[in-house]
Design a protein around this ligand. Structure first.
Ligand SMILES: NC(=O)c1ccc[n+]([C@@H]2O[C@H](COP(=O)([O-])OP(=O)(O)OC[C@H]3O[C@@H](n4cnc5c(N)ncnc54)[C@H](O)[C@@H]3O)[C@@H](O)[C@H]2O)c1
Length: 135
């Protein structure tokens, strides 16, 4: 039990650090739509939690987050816990297939203008990334 508490403390420290270090980038995402592909995985956990922490703690307009994953390894319990949030949409989809039109446009976390990729954990969308007019 003590080991689990230690693990939670490490993750919490990591997320606090990520959120603090990315505050400028997170501010840019405020009020915008963000797609995280492979979002149910290990790296996805950190990306998703960092965004949700900003939504909960920053006082800024929330990021509208879409988590795309084919859930090939099942649905992790933490995904089930956040699925009811109004700032989260879950999209079960294989990224090798064209993205559904209903997804519309989304925002990259990159600070570079005209970035060519959505915030991703490593799988590449089969349709080109279209920057929003505010990028
Ligand atoms: N974990 C690390 O420390 C680390 C370091 C460097 C690079 N990477 C790379 O980053 C990527 C993600 O790493 P991870 O540790 O989060 O892996 P992971 O296996 O924990 O997560 C990958 C996620 O992608 C989903 N997925 C796989 N194929 C998919 C598809 N076709 N369509 C939609 N979703 C799909 C899986 O269901 C899973 O939830 C990998 O390519 C990995 O090699 C990871």
């Amino acid at each position: 039990m003590a080991e689990l508490a230690d693990a939670d403390a490490v993750v919490n420290t990591d997320l606090t650090y990520i959120r603090e270090q990315l505050d400028t980038e997170m501010a840019r995402l405020s009020g915008r739509r963000l797609l995280i592909t492979g979002g149910a995985g290990f790296l996805g956990y950190y990306m998703v939690q960092a965004v949700l922490r900003q939504n909960d703690e920053s006082g800024r307009e929330p990021v509208e987050l879409t988590i795309l994953d084919n859930f090939m390894r099942g649905t992790p319990p933490w995904i089930a816990r956040i699925s009811e949030r109004s700032d989260v949409k879950l999209l079960t989809h294989d990224i090798r297939q064209p993205l559904p039109d209903s997804l519309g446009q989304w925002t990259s976390l990159s600070t570079q203008q005209g970035s060519q990729a959505p915030m991703s954990t490593g799988v590449t969308p089969s349709r080109p990334w279209t920057p929003t007019s505010t990028d």
